[in-house]
Design a protein around this ligand. Structure first.
Ligand SMILES: CC(C)(COP(=O)(O)OP(=O)(O)OC[C@H]1O[C@@H](n2cnc3c(N)ncnc32)[C@H](O)[C@@H]1OP(=O)(O)O)[C@@H](O)C(=O)NCCC(=O)NCCS
Length: 159
C-alpha cells in the first residue's frame, strides 16, 4: 500500500484510459508528493488506483474518497472494490472519523456509503448531484464544511 500519492507517467496513462472525457491529471499532479493522501495501486504498470485525501471537518480527521480508476480492460473484476475496502480499513485503523465521496450511489452504496447532508463539500455541487454526496461513518459523524488541500478547491472538480 502506497501512502503518499506519486503521479508517474504510467498512472497518468491509466487515468486517461479510465476517464476518456475528463482530465484528472492536474488534480493528481497537485496532490502528488504531498502528505495527507492514501494512494492504493494494483499492478505494475498500474491497472487500478484508488485515492483518499485526508481532510478535516471542524478539526475532526476525515477523508475524501476519489478518484478511483480501473483500466477498462480490467473493470468489473473486483479490483476497484478491493482497493476501496483496503483503504477504508486502513483509515479506520488510523482514527479517521468518516469517509466522504461524490459518486454514483449504486456503486458506493455497496461499501456502506449513505447520502450525506450534515457534512458539506468544499465547493458547491449542483442540486441534482446531492444524492451523489455520500458518507461512511467509521467512528462518528461530523457536521460542517469539509476542508481539503488546495488542489481539491477547484470548482470544476465539483460540477
Ligand atoms: C468505477 C470503477 C472504479 C469501479 O471499479 P471496478 O473494479 O470496475 O468495480 P468492481 O469490479 O469492484 O465492482 C463491479 C461492480 O460495480 C458496478 N459498477 C462499476 N462502475 C460503476 C459505476 N460507475 N456506477 C455504478 N456501478 C458501477 C458494476 O456494475 C459491478 O456491479 P456488480 O458487482 O453488481 O456486477 C471503475 O469501473 C472505473 O474506473 N470506471 C471509470 C472511471 C470512474 O467512473 N471512476 C469512478 C468515479 S471517481
Amino acid at each position: 500500500m502506497t501512502v503518499v500519492l506519486t503521479l508517474t507517467p504510467d498512472l497518468a496513462t491509466l487515468y486517461a484510459a479510465a476517464f476518456p472525457d475528463e482530465d484528472l491529471v492536474p488534480l493528481l499532479q497537485g496532490l502528488s508528493g504531498q502528505p495527507g493522501t492514501l494512494s492504493l495501486i494494483e499492478g505494475s504498470p498500474p491497472v487500478a488506483h484508488v485515492l483518499f485525501t485526508l481532510g478535516q471537518i471542524n478539526g475532526a480527521k476525515v477523508a475524501l474518497l476519489g478518484p478511483a480508476a480501473v483500466h477498462p480492460d480490467r473493470q468489473g473484476q473486483g479490483l476497484g472494490s478491493r482497493l476501496i475496502r483496503q483503504g477504508i480499513a486502513h483509515l479506520g485503523e488510523t482514527g479517521v472519523a468518516m469517509v466522504l465521496v461524490l459518486g454514483d450511489p449504486a456503486y458506493y452504496g455497496r461499501f456502506g456509503f449513505l447520502p450525506e447532508t450534515g457534512a458539506e463539500p468544499p465547493c458547491p455541487i449542483p442540486e441534482d448531484w446531492r444524492p451523489a454526496w455520500q458518507s461512511l461513518v467509521l467512528t462518528q459523524p461530523h457536521r460542517g464544511r469539509l476542508s481539503l488541500p488546495a488542489p481539491w478547491l477547484s470548482q470544476d472538480l465539483w460540477r
